[in-house]
Design a protein around this ligand. Structure first.
Ligand SMILES: [Zn+2]
Length: 318
């Protein structure tokens, strides 16, 4: 393979360096930066910086990142899916990734071949990008992260339905996971949905970008009664709540776990170990790089890919 394709690396600030023109998900002023989605471990390159080249992301990622940062960073060009952007002799195109609102994968085409970067993703729903080189996330890259069969969405609806008879319910989760849970309940649960102000601000961004949510109101403690399903940020999960608490989590050994005051429900935004391997199997790249900047399992995953799929794989940083 030609050296520019094999030259994938990570700089000291967590930016993945792709071919000659592009970098992803970390600060890098010498290259055009791509931000895959608005989670805080990916938006370092959007924070205030002096000079440098422009930053690319989807319009929804930009709005969510502005909310997290508390200001609107300059030097950003918003780009939709399937719209190629060319720098020098290289072209970058964004493709959807099911993870949070606005998430994107990137495909960089060069005259020597192509490089795909998944960013964070879950399955089903994320299209497989075929490329010579694949750079992928490794969040659940170890064999211990295999989900048992079960539908988290059904579990959430059933748990809410069952306990709403006993009194109000409060659902706690990270930004984006809360909005996803609210969307899941739409059409299934007849209740008054109440969002705290942080959840409401993010929900408004979801609505602005065409995401469908049920009708809800801003949380007013006085109004909470037996018909209320309240949504709050995960940071409030330790509070006392007169009703059933549901904490949304990315990983737990089982789909629904009984905890003090209520339940923990596993509603993951990431592919599990088997889904990561099947992405590689379907994409059939010549070489894979796994992101060890944002995950502890990059080395394990690279080894598993080599042993089980038979494709050369390296963790980043090397
Ligand atoms: Zn993420």
């Amino acid at each position: 393979m030609h050296p520019p394709l094999e030259d994938v690396s990570i700089n000291s600030k967590g930016a993945i360096l792709i071919a000659s023109e592009f970098a992803a998900d970390g600060p890098c002023t010498e290259r055009t930066l791509f931000v895959s989605h608005a989670h805080s471990d990916h938006i370092g390159g959007l924070r205030r910086k002096g000079g440098g080249r422009e930053t690319l992301c989807t319009p929804a990622t930009y709005d969510l990142a502005c909310y997290t940062l508390g200001y609107r960073p300059s030097g950003v060009r918003t780009v939709g899916y399937n719209k190629p952007v060319t720098y020098g002799e290289e072209t970058l195109t964004l493709y959807p990734a099911t993870h949070i609102l606005g998430s994107a994968q990137a495909l960089v085409e060069t005259r020597f071949g192509s490089i795909a970067y998944t960013g964070d993703f879950k399955q089903p729903g994320t299209p497989i990008l075929g490329a010579d080189v694949l750079i992928m996330e490794a969040t659940y890259g170890a064999p211990i992260y295999r989900r048992e069969v079960g539908d988290a969405e059904v579990a959430l609806v059933e748990t809410v339905e069952e306990h709403l008879r006993d009194g109000p319910i409060c659902i706690y989760g990270y930004t984006s996971k809360v909005q996803e849970a609210l969307a899941i309940l739409r059409g299934f649960i007849d209740a008054e949905f109440l969002l705290d102000s942080a959840c409401d601000k993010v929900a408004k961004i979801y609505l602005k970008h065409g995401f469908k949510l049920p009708k809800y109101n801003l949380l007013d403690q006085e109004k909470v009664d037996g018909r209320s399903v309240v949504f709050k940020s995960l940071s409030k999960a330790r509070e006392r709540f007169q009703g059933t608490k549901i904490v949304l989590t990315g990983w737990a050994p089982s789909l629904v776990t009984r905890v003090e005051g209520g339940y923990m429900i596993r509603l993951s935004d990431h592919a599990d170990y088997d889904q990561l391997l099947s992405y590689v199997e379907e994409a059939r790249p010549k070489v894979v790089y796994t992101d060890g900047w944002r995950s502890s399992y990059a080395k394990v995953l690279a080894k598993e890919i080599e042993n089980r799929v038979g494709i050369k794989a390296h963790p980043l940083p090397r």
